[in-house]
Design a protein around this ligand. Structure first.
Ligand code: C2O
Length: 527
């Protein structure tokens, strides 16, 4: 009989200033955890309790989100500022505690306030209870993990990075090996996390291919590919056999620009790191570089997406996209026409409350002035969402609101996410807190229920917490609302989230204490 002892993984983390010298700029101050970029990796086993004690030595208010963790019974630890908690102040500290039960694979953590996640992030790896030998795929000889990240908030990034370093295709950036030399014919598990603020990425290794075995901490039917596509917020676990000639090879991450016409400016550069085989000739020749897809290679970006399936319960049809809204009173720099860019879901542009978090308002049943329960199940008008010339005045103009969709405990929700082409056409990595969902189908153009529903993949749909809704297309997701609380759903492009591309599900308590929201921790930060 095996003993099942759940361990407590304790991490004490200091968020503070870190001086880095990269890209010819000496001593730039960034906010980082424990002086590391990426921050420390949290390794747990399924069933463990993770306790992270955060000390805020940075000049910013802070919250941390545990991206992809269900937070059953620990809803107060989810982290998005003003949705589940007020941020904790500079000089303050806060302890997050949650169980990692019923989940295995690669997730990550990041700041969930303002743009701080640009540098405040790290991996969160959940091993099977039985350790690596319990993987449902061939046990790798070695595990590596890499986080891919862009640097700067709005506007083009300074650089993409692999494990915090840009690699040798940038000025003042030295060639560097990713890890210890790898060994011929050994199998490596790569944990690829897109921590970029605003950019989907292609990932390749010269002369090597991958077998994808998991995405967003869900095992997948394994499939072979030589390129991995990851949207911001998504993770992919891939096995790579070191079966190339002994030598040195670049791994590279390059941007995928889904915008049509081209989206906002982005850096057309590649982050690289060097993979070196043990026992290779001692040479200074440059490593082989993989052939990277074009920035706008939508065929490649969509190739790995299964066209999938399903049945229905509560049905929502939700447009996601860009628009404009009136300037808010505090925006003194808003332009002369008194409108600004805004993004929205069903034409509701989300703004978080200021005085208290939504979860506290929900718990104490004091929602007046914090949020309203009228998030619509349909857009206000039906039009040709994705035609190149589509420009619907009603939909382009949006207003700021804090609306939630209330769900009964255990309600099954099917949501069509329909991208629009108002102002611009761009993909949106839509992330749901508190749940995984099944991706039943994806496609281009306007969603058609009659023709698509019979083709839903009900057999082996991808299970994820973040779905890249294609530019000029749609995705259908389904989840069961069996986790009471307030759960943010939003675009994981930080720039779009900031413009209001989000909404919140309010999931009511179930019939038992076990299926109800517990009271808040006594030390929950106050606004
Ligand atoms: Cu990884 Cu609400 O985000």
């Amino acid at each position: 009989m095996s003993s099942l002892i759940n361990l407590i993984c304790l991490l004490i983390a200091f968020v503070g200033n870190l001086s880095i010298s990269q890209l010819c700029q000496p001593n730039r101050i960034i906010t980082a955890v424990n002086g590391q970029l990426p921050g420390p990796t949290i390794r747990a086993r399924e069933g463990d309790t993770v306790v992270v004690h955060l000390v805020n030595e940075s000049p910013y208010s802070m919250t941390i989100h545990w991206h992809g963790i269900f937070q059953r019974g620990s809803q107060w630890a989810d982290g998005p500022a003003m949705v589940t908690q007020c941020p904790f102040q500079p000089g303050g500290n806060y302890t997050y505690s949650f169980n990692v039960t019923g989940q295995e694979g690669t997730l990550w953590w990041h700041a969930h306030f303002s743009f701080l996640r640009a540098t405040v992030y790290g991996a969160l790896i959940i091993l099977p209870r039985g350790g690596a030998k319990a993987y449902p795929f061939a046990k790798p000889d070695k595990e590596e993990q890499m986080a891919l990240l862009t640097g700067i908030p709005a506007g083009p990034a300074d650089a993409y990075t692999i494990n915090g370093k840009p690699g040798d295709f940038y000025h003042c950036s030295a060639m560097r090996n990713l890890c210890e030399p790898i060994r011929k014919n050994e199998t490596y598990l790569l944990r690829i996390i897109n921590a970029a603020l605003n950019t989907p990425l292609f990932f390749k290794v010269a002369n090597h291919s991958f077998t994808v075995v998991a995405a967003d901490a869900c095992y997948t039917t394994p499939y072979k590919t030589d390129v991995v596509v990851v949207g911001p917020g998504q993770t992919v676990d891939a096995l790579m056999v070191a079966d190339a000639a002994v030598g040195r090879y670049y791994m590279a991450a390059s941007p995928y620009d889904s915008g049509i016409p081209s989206g906002p400016p982005f850096s057309k550069t590649n982050a690289t790191a060097v993979l070196e085989y043990a026992g290779g000739p001692n040479t200074t020749l440059p490593p082989a570089l993989p052939q990277l897809p074009q920035f706008n290679d939508t065929d490649t970006a969509d190739r790995t997406w299964p066209t999938v399936p399903l049945a229905v319960d509560t049905r929502m049809f939700v447009t996601v996209g860009m628009g404009v809204a009136d300037c808010q009173p505090e925006q003194t720099l808003c332009n002369r026409s008194r409108t600004m860019f805004a993004s929205s879901m069903n034409n509701e542009s989300f703004v978080p409350p200021r005085s208290t978090s939504m979860l506290e308002a929900h718990y104490s049943n004091a929602t007046a002035g914090v949020y309203t329960r009228d998030f619509p199940d349909q857009p206000p008008v039906v039009f040709d969402y994705t035609a190149d010339a589509s420009n619907n005045a009603t939909m382009q103009y949006t207003t700021k609101s804090t609306k939630v969709r209330t769900l009964r405990y255990n309600e099954t929700v099917e949501m069509v996410l329909q991208n629009t082409r108002l102002i611009a056409k761009e993909s949106h990595p839509m992330h749901l807190h508190g749940f995984n969902f099944f991706v039943l189908a994806q496609g281009f153009g306007n969603y058609n229920q009659t023709t698509t529903a019979p083709q839903f993949n009900l057999v082996n749909p991808q299970e994820r917490n973040t779905v890249l809704v294609p530019a000029g297309g749609w995705a259908v997701i389904r989840f069961i609302a069996d986790n009471p609380g307030m759960w943010y759903m939003h675009c994981h492009f930080e720039a779009h989230l900031d413009l209001g591309l989000g909404m919140v599900f309010e999931v009511q308590d179930g019939p038992t204490p076990d299926t109800s929201l517990p009271p808040p921790p006594k030390d929950l930060p106050q606004c």
